[in-house]
Ligand binder design. Structure first.
Ligand code: 3AM
Length: 168
């Protein structure tokens, strides 16, 4: 069994822009390792090899359009205690992709998060307050999506891309 999720993975220059912003937030929480920055499309949880094989096959058949997200807000989410980048408006292609992935996952008996989908990039964990700083919006262009494995190693979270599907 592997702990998996679908995500948008950043190109290097987007990762760097997020990293610069995270540096500005120094002292307000625990920075996410820059190598781990991503937009979760759908969290799947613990998945068997059989489920993974079906999910991978189904995902490869999804028509994927390029996605552009403008992350122009910093949001503090109290319950998970995170500070993340969010978008005041966003490309409906990303919501469509989330819906299709959720349908595929449910067909495999996987319980998915039914809360409204909010694309975000978590920058700080263990955050405890709203932060009001000026920053240049992060333009996140994605030419596809991926399936990612999440592993906990010695108190750190490590993400490994298992498969990538480019936009058509
Ligand atoms: O994209 P972010 O960093 O907000 O919080 C976890 C992380 O989200 C989230 O999935 C992403 C990759 O680990 N996550 C972890 N457990 C979850 C759960 N049970 C979850 N999302 C929904 N339900």
């Amino acid at each position: 069994m592997k702990r998996l999720f679908f995500a948008l993975w950043p190109e290097q220059h987007i990762r760097q822009q997020c990293e610069i912003l995270t540096d500005k937030l120094n002292g307000y929480g625990k920075p996410v390792n820059p190598a781990n920055l991503h937009v979760t499309l759908l969290f799947l949880g613990r998945i068997s090899p059989e489920q993974q094989a079906v999910l991978t096959k189904e995902a490869s058949q999804i028509p994927v359009s390029p996605i552009t997200l403008t992350f122009d807000c910093l949001s503090f989410w109290k319950k998970p205690a995170v500070l993340c980048l969010t978008a005041s408006q966003f490309d409906q292609n990303v919501s469509k992709l989330n819906e299709i992935l959720a349908t595929i996952a449910k067909q495999q008996g996987i319980t998915v998060d039914d809360r409204p989908f909010t694309p975000h990039v978590t920058l700080l964990k263990k955050a405890d307050s709203v932060i009001d700083i000026d920053f240049a919006p992060v333009l996140w262009r994605s030419d596809g999506f991926c399936l990612v494995e999440s592993r906990s190693i010695a108190n750190n979270i490590e993400y490994r891309i298992i498969e990538r599907w480019p936009a058509n």
